[in-house]
Design a protein around this ligand. Structure first.
Ligand code: NAD
Length: 261
């Protein structure tokens, strides 16, 4: 499908799922705004690379999604660059794993801010633009952990359940308009966020990498395969298509059967 003429803003998109989603949107012809909290030449180079590969207009705009003011200013800058924001993908996220009594309070605050509150701020700034343009898609990258829980991930599970709640409210507030809001709930995808959890788990359980992948990470993913960033990119593009016009306020699991258990 062609998203030519639409502008997509993807938070946390210099790596992992966000980068895969940005790539898929650019391949569909959308102008794409990439983001992270850094402002390095390599961040801008990623934008240039996607533009060269796809022919789409792609721009990297720095913004720290842990700060509400930055989130809102980033949407304004994206609209300044391309005229509007038609597709908002809230994807930025971080993880910390620890039992509740030992969970550092500053990590709790950071995860709630980046993984949950940023979606509120960007949505608040983007909805008026979508209303003005007469079309919009809000797509929140939640998680299987937005629907179910695991021990030691209190902040992450709380934030992702919150994102699912915010998605439903966004959908109800826009229900009679040509705007939809949905959450995608991936199971495990082998990105830097997941890679970072492997060494500690190997040490903690005295396991090989292969054992950690199969018996810990993919233990609850019945397919025993990781979902891919390309599959998530394809799911986002589907939610932007005309076929998805009546899909709003819901969650779409891309989790190899995890939440069927
Ligand atoms: P990743 O670490 O590859 O990507 C995270 C992105 O967020 C990066 O681009 C990073 O720069 C960005 N980011 C971090 N802090 C930021 C900040 N303060 N401001 C702006 N950007 C910031 O991880 P990923 O696995 O691609 O995760 C992307 C999203 O998908 C997250 O919300 C994550 O919770 C969710 N998710 C991932 C998996 C998985 O298995 N990988 C599963 C379910 C959900």
């Amino acid at each position: 499908m062609s998203l030519s003429g639409k502008t997509a803003a993807v938070t946390g998109s210099n790596s992992g799922i966000g980068l895969g989603v940005a790539q898929a949107l650019a391949e569909s012809g959308a102008n794409v705004v990439l983001n992270s909290f850094t402002d390095r030449p390599e961040d801008h180079a990623i934008a240039q690379e996607i533009a060269d590969q796809t022919g789409a207009q792609v721009k990297y705009i720095q913004g720290d999604m842990s700060k509400g003011g930055d989130c809102r200013a980033w949407i304004d800058k994206a609209a300044e660059a391309f005229g509007s924001v038609d597709i908002l993908v809230n994807n930025a996220g971080v993880q910390h794993v620890a039992p509740i009594p030992e969970f550092p309070a500053d990590r709790w605050d950071q995860i709630i801010a980046i993984n949950m509150s940023s979606a509120f701020h960007t949505t608040a700034a983007a909805l008026p633009l979508m209303r003005k343009a007469g079309w919009g898609r809000v797509i929140n990258i939640a998680s299987a952990h937005g629907l179910t829980a695991s021990p030691f991930k209190s902040a992450y599970v709380t934030a992702k359940h919150g994102v699912v709640g915010l998605t439903k409210v966004t959908a109800l507030e826009t229900a009679e308009e040509p705007i939809t809001a949905n959450a995608i709930c991936p199971g495990y995808v082998l990105t830097p966020l997941v890679e970072a959890q492997i060494p500690n788990t190997m040490k903690e359980y005295n396991m090989t990498r292969e054992q950690v992948v199969r018996d810990v990470l993919l233990e609850r993913q019945p397919s025993k395969s990781f979902a891919t960033v390309e599959q998530l990119g394809g799911t986002v593009v589907f939610l932007c298509s005309a076929s998805a016009e009546q899909i709003t306020g819901t969650t779409l699991s891309v989790d190899g059967g995890w939440t069927a258990l």
